[in-house]
Design a protein around this ligand. Sequence first.
Ligand SMILES: Cc1cc2nc3c(=O)[nH]c(=O)nc-3n(C[C@H](O)[C@H](O)[C@H](O)COP(=O)(O)O)c2cc1C
Length: 205
Amino acid sequence: MKVILVNGSSRKNGCTGAALAEVERALREEGVETEQVFIGNEPLPDCIACRKCRELGRCVFNDSVNEFAERAKEADGFVFGSPVYYAHPSARLLTFMDRAFYSGGRHFAFKPAAAVLSARRAGTTASFDVLNKYFTICSMPVVSSTYWNHVYGTQPEEVTEDKEGLMTMYNIGKNMAWLLKCIALGKKQGLEHPTNEKILTNFTR
Ligand SMILES: Cc1cc2nc3c(=O)[nH]c(=O)nc-3n(C[C@H](O)[C@H](O)[C@H](O)COP(=O)(O)O)c2cc1C
């Protein structure tokens, strides 16, 4: 059982990293294997809507997004973390997720996911909504916690003072481990996920 935690901050060991580490701690306590993926701070191309991924099964830009999509095939769950920038998640993470989900959405379906945010002060719940929308268009069970998933701070040391924020992170890890175990048990008993219907309607005037 493995969960990939994606750090969408430009600062590997910043506040988002501190939040993810707490989710990871709870997952590991429950015997769940974890892997952190730092999306880096080099420029990342946006989705250019070429739709070549439909033929290739991967993005035309052969970079960290494709590497992540490969790893995602083997993962059982995901946590995506981001700092709040002007009341939205980091543009880099959105670019990363646009391309990963558009080219490799099938690798995420029916796998539990959670979003976590870090902010100095505001914009966390608006950003939380944005990240959750990737999950809910891809048949991913959304793992909730005991508050909306955010921590406060500008430096990781400040995050350690946000006891409620850290507790929220810890509870995400525990809740995700529980859901993963339920899914594994179901599979063992022959319970497979449904096959979703797919109808696309493009409305025009
Ligand atoms: C460009 C930019 C925009 C930001 N916008 C917000 C904001 O809208 N609300 C907020 O509370 N903090 C904002 N911040 C602060 C970061 O969200 C906060 O310091 C966060 O915890 C940093 O996480 P990190 O250390 O993982 O990068 C902003 C920071 C930057 C660099």
